[in-house]
Design a protein around this ligand. Structure first.
Ligand code: T4K
Length: 383
């Protein structure tokens, strides 16, 4: 309420970093300083890659400086060109990675029940210039990998997954990291598992892995420069952070699970706010608490709710507003602004993410729920 102190004295963020054991991290920093080996395939990077591959059950997992560069490297390694089909409902980085390489992102609508690319809609967008599909496992919920793989096979397209949100998630019991030609994870500070900045490309294809390895290090092979590469290497500090985060992954997950249950309970009493529930029977990191706001029931638009929450220091987010096809770099292109993607556009107006992770307690969640319940009820009575 205006004039009153906010619900929380400190800001509650979506994406406040999960931190592993501080003493262990500092010990790793000391050791890498003592070794004077700071980057270029150092022992922390090698260990991080081994551990990641073991967790995912994948043959190759190559650490990268961030997922955006990871996507660019994977796109180049797969030889994508011309047009690539991608959902508009994703973080700008997915589309940018394509456009940055001179490829036209062809924006596709989503299945509103999963928030992921709609395979049938994707198939309709295939043209003679199409070379691939980039699916995004939005909020860590797996895409329909079978349908997309079938389309890719029939049309001889490459299939890449942006798995930035999906570390530790599974589809039909198989860990994300094993689908398509390759999958790209993000270990950015805001992610379930973080290395400060960082990412990884997972693949079961030996040849592709060898190419990715060259491309992330200037295209160098031995003393020769064999490919047009870039610098996508992860440094030893990030890998130390990643290794330390991996050791605490169980604690991160436990907190996310408890918070998710608390949100389920708290939001069930708030009409018009529907929590997005991930598929049951799968592994899921629950790093995003996602809700859809039905204005006609809640009595508030999503943006009005956002302002209300921000006033109380609950810094909810509205990923991925307004949808890539309506963002400045794309909206005036042939494939952008004139496009109608009804499910994407509707979701972009309704979706909201709430804070979770190890910096958020179940008591915080209960307070947020109670605040929403009371404020919206008061507003409904006044209307
Ligand atoms: N593909 C997808 C589908 C993605 O979602 C992303 C990134 C990528 C690809 C590319 O991955 P990377 O190249 O980043 O590895 C954030 C993240 O920066 C971005 O990594 C993430 N997705 C995206 C969904 O969220 P912003 O613009 O929301 O970041 P920012 O700085 O506003 O931070 C979010 C909240 O977290 C803030 O309220 C503050 C808090 N925060 C942030 C940082 C960095 C902290 O409390 N501590 C911190 O250290 O994009």
């Amino acid at each position: 309420m205006p004039g009153e102190s906010p619900l929380f004295s400190d800001k509650l963020h979506v994406g406040c970093p999960n931190l592993g054991d501080r003493a262990q991290l500092l010990a790793r920093f000391e050791a890498l300083l003592d070794r004077r080996w700071l980057t270029n395939d150092g022992p922390n990077v090698k260990a991080f890659e081994r551990e990641l591959a073991a967790v995912l059950g994948v043959k190759h997992c190559l650490a990268i400086c961030n997922a955006t560069i990871g996507l660019e490297i994977a796109i180049r390694a797969l030889g994508l060109a011309g047009e690539v089909i991608v959902p508009s409902f994703t973080f700008a980085a997915t589309a940018h990675a394509l456009a940055w390489l001179g490829i036209t992102p062809v924006f596709c609508d989503i299945d509103p029940s999963t928030h992921n690319i709609d395979p049938a809609a994707a198939e309709k967008l295939i043209s003679p210039r199409t070379t691939g599909i980039v699916g995004v496992h939005v909020w860590g919920n797996p895409c329909d990998t079978d349908a997309l793989a079938d389309i890719a096979r029939r049309h001889r397209l490459k299939l890449l997954f942006d798995a930035a949100h999906a570390f530790g998630c599974s589809r039909q019991g198989e860990m994300i990291g094993n689908f398509g030609d390759a999958e790209v994870f993000s270990f950015h500070a805001t992610k379930f598992l973080n290395s400060g900045e960082g990412g990884a490309i997972a693949t079961n294809d030996d040849e592709l892995a060898a190419k990715i390895r060259r491309l992330r290090s200037f295209g160098v092979e031995g003393e020769q420069v064999s490919d047009l590469g870039t610098n996508g290497k992860m440094n030893e500090f990030s890998a130390a952070m990643g290794l330390t985060s991996l050791e605490s992954m169980g604690d991160f997950l436990a907190q996310n699970r408890t918070n998710f249950a608390a949100y389920q309970e708290a939001l069930s009493r708030v009409p018009g706010i529907k929590l997005f529930v991930p598929p049951s029977g799968e592994r899921h990191n629950l790093q995003y608490i996602v809700a859809e706001i039905d204005e006609s029931v809640a009595g508030n638009s999503r943006d009005a709710l956002l302002a209300l929450l921000h006033g109380e220091n609950v810094l909810a987010k509205r990923y991925f507003f307004p949808g890539c096809h309506r963002m400045t770099p794309y909206r005036n292109t042939e494939r952008g602004g004139s496009l109608s993607l009804p499910h994407t556009e509707r979701l972009c107006e309704r979706v909201l993410q709430f804070p979770t992770g190890t910096a958020v307690s179940t008591a915080d969640v209960a307070k947020i729920g109670e605040f929403l319940r009371k404020s919206l009820a008061r507003q409904r009575r006044a209307a």
